[in-house]
Write a protein that binds this ligand. Sequence first.
Ligand code: IPE
Ligand code: IPE
Ligand code: MG
Length: 251
Amino acid sequence: MWKSFLRNKKASENEAVQLDEKRLPQHIAIIMDGNGRWAQKRGLPRTAGHKKGVDALRNIVRYASSIHIQYLTVYAFSTENWKRPQDEVDFLMRLFSHYLDSEVEEMHKNNVRLRFIGAVEELSHLLQQKIKAAEQKTCHNTGLNLNVAVNYGGRAEILRAAKKLVLLSKEQQQAMSEAQFSEFFYTASQPDIDLLLRTGGDERISNFLLWQAAYAELSFVEKCWPSFTEEDLASVLMDYANRDRRFGGLK
Ligand code: IPE
Ligand code: IPE
Ligand code: MG
């Protein structure tokens, strides 16, 4: 029932972090923000922060997997991020492509099921092919479900679901429940978000998982994403374990 959260670490590096497995979130969402600021503070181009952000993600995925988190959804590129300078957008698209080349093998070995959510059909054909191949390769894995949100927008996702709804008959539309409507979302058949975490110090949702995070516990941390570690996630999880989730009811 109690489980040591940090493994393979020198004793001097951390105090023993113990958490009740039963009080872990089933589904964690992360807004991986602050890459640009992390780099700029170090006199580096913003792109260096994105690159370092991939290392942070690798560590967090390993860690989440090792403590048996079932679902992790990370925000990598929003529908609004196209407004950025073309150079930065191009860099990010190449980075996603490299990410797929370099990370999928290890994830597969670790039983991670990888999926991309968002308007993937608007990405380059090469990227779409790599995404499809990675999703197919890992589709029978039963460990951590990792959703990477690329060209994702919460409003766009709700509109997309509404467009599916209006294709049904009047009777079917009238009878639709919230649970059934959820099946029109990218996260169909996955549980709602329990914990929504944002790094980088800003306290906003930025169009992420608007439907799925309706009752999520929110956590905002100052650290920028590239310096966010498994110890930091462990401490967010400790805090989450002490939250009183009422869902509108009474204790
Ligand atoms: C998050 O870091 C990554 C993406 C949005 C792609 P940012 O690039 O937003 O970094 P800051 O917030 O400007 O520091
Ligand atoms: C949210 O961060 C999107 C991602 C982390 C991918 P942004 O940096 O785009 O959000 P705003 O502009 O600060 O709200
Ligand atoms: Mg940002």
